[in-house]
Design a protein around this ligand. Structure first.
Ligand SMILES: [Zn+2]
Length: 191
């Protein structure tokens, strides 16, 4: 039941393949999956999760011991940016484990300078062949910003306004590209 609920949460993901061939971590001869292979691994993991057949790979003591001495750049196959939200447990959703995913989390899965730097690290140093932008249903950040753009916002406190201001362009694009959608119907497009 829990898994079905989680399945319904993830509504938008964007896979960006970064190169066309196998990826080699700097300073290592270990071949990593090609972008297409990495996307296939993510999709297969998500299929296992959705169907209740997760294998929970790379979560045993041997993997943890490996993580204690090896370069994550030899193993991780995707950089993922997603929302800070307890309903989006990234490794579970992709049935992945330790040293598999390089994850950045921020409200609304948008990029400001710190997130851009983290993504650059994931791509240039952890050397992941794909970059995933992962949105989710019931995103409170996108919902709040959508309502604010529509003139129905409520006061946001302290440091939250500058945290979520990068969501505004996405909401404005969602409104521009979907002229027949109104009110809360804009929210899924913005996500
Ligand atoms: Zn969210």
């Amino acid at each position: 039941m829990m898994k079905k609920t989680l399945k319904s949460i993830v509504v938008a993901s964007c896979f960006l393949a970064l190169t066309s061939g196998p990826v080699f971590a700097s300073g290592s001869k270990a071949a990593k999956p090609s972008p297409d292979e990495a996307i296939a691994m993510l999709k297969a993991g998500n299929d296992r999760f959705v169907s209740g057949k997760a294998t929970h790979p790379h979560t045993d003591a041997a993997r943890l011991a490996l993580a204690g001495k090896e370069n994550q750049g030899d193993h991780a196959y995707a950089t993922v940016i997603t929302c800070s939200d307890s309903r989006v447990p990234v490794e579970l959703l992709f049935d992945a484990g330790v040293m598999d995913l390089f994850v950045i989390r921020v409200a609304g899965n948008v990029l400001d300078v710190d997130e851009v730097g983290s993504v650059e690290y994931g791509l240039a140093h952890v050397n992941t062949p794909v970059f995933v932008v992962l949105g989710h249903t019931q995103c409170g950040a996108v919902t709040a910003v959508t309502k604010a753009v529509q003139g129905h916002g409520h006061q946001l406190e302290r440091n939250i306004p500058p945290l979520v201001d990068n969501i505004i362009p996405a909401v404005k694009k969602a409104i521009a590209y979907n002229p027949s959608a109104h009110g809360d119907d804009i929210i899924p497009y913005a996500i």
